[in-house]
Write a protein that binds this ligand. Structure first.
Ligand code: OGA
Ligand code: MN
Length: 204
């Protein structure tokens, strides 16, 4: 991973709280991650996503209607492990430049069936502030504007302002989990992503 790329991501997060990078991974790796995600989706191993954490975890279909499949750090495929390793370099850069103390990474695959959404929210839970940085890799080949499914990022400086980001193949969105309000707008196609969070404490 190119150092200047990681530094740019860190600088943008320091400046405005979020950063978008296209072609974040090599094509071959991305292709494998997509094929694996589709296989898991086809085998039905996704469940309805909830909101909150711990005992406050609840299914709230009026707030979010995506499906998720959590990846287990001890049971990653080689491609998933490569992605974890990439995120680990990013984690070190962010810790150094933003004075964060992110120690671990958790992630799930997410599928938004046509018409599903996730209303405006923050990723850091009010009850437990484990999540520091949200990292989303989009896996959608041939996605075009009329497919919708935008990630809407609300500007920190002025919340009436926002930027809409298409979930394009290989695009990587990264933002402060405690500061950046965002939402997923409904789309017309199945929308795949690998969504994860750098966390404050070591896992388990
Ligand atoms: C989330 C989320 C955004 C996206 O899973 O918390 O906000 O673009 N996802 O998938
Ligand atoms: Mn979110």
């Amino acid at each position: 991973m190119d150092d200047s790329l990681l530094t740019r991501i860190a600088d943008e997060i320091a400046e405005k709280g979020w950063s978008i990078t296209d072609h974040f991974l090599p094509d071959m790796l991305l292709r494998t991650l997509v094929t694996e995600a589709e296989t898991i989706w086809d085998s039905g191993e996704f469940s309805r996503a909830g909101i909150g954490a711990g005992s406050n975890l609840a299914l709230r279909p009026e707030i979010r209607s995506d499906r998720v499949h959590w990846l287990e750090p001890g049971r990653l495929t080689p491609a998933q492990q490569q992605y974890w390793d990439t995120i680990d370099t990013l984690r070190e850069t962010l810790n150094r430049t933003l004075f964060l103390s992110a120690r671990s990474f958790e992630a799930h695959l997410a599928v938004y069936p046509p018409g599903s959404f996730y209303k405006k929210h923050l990723d850091q839970h009010a009850e437990v502030q484990h999540r520091l940085i949200s990292c989303i890799l989009y896996l959608n080949e041939g996605w075009v504007e009329t497919d919708g499914g935008y990630l809407r990022i609300y500007h920190q400086s002025d919340e009436s302002g926002f930027t809409d980001v298409l979930p394009l193949w290989g695009r990587f969105a990264c933002f402060r989990s405690d500061l950046i309000f965002h939402e997923v707008l409904p789309g017309t196609r199945e929308r795949f992503s690998l969504t994860g969070w750098l966390r404050r404490e070591a896992l388990f």
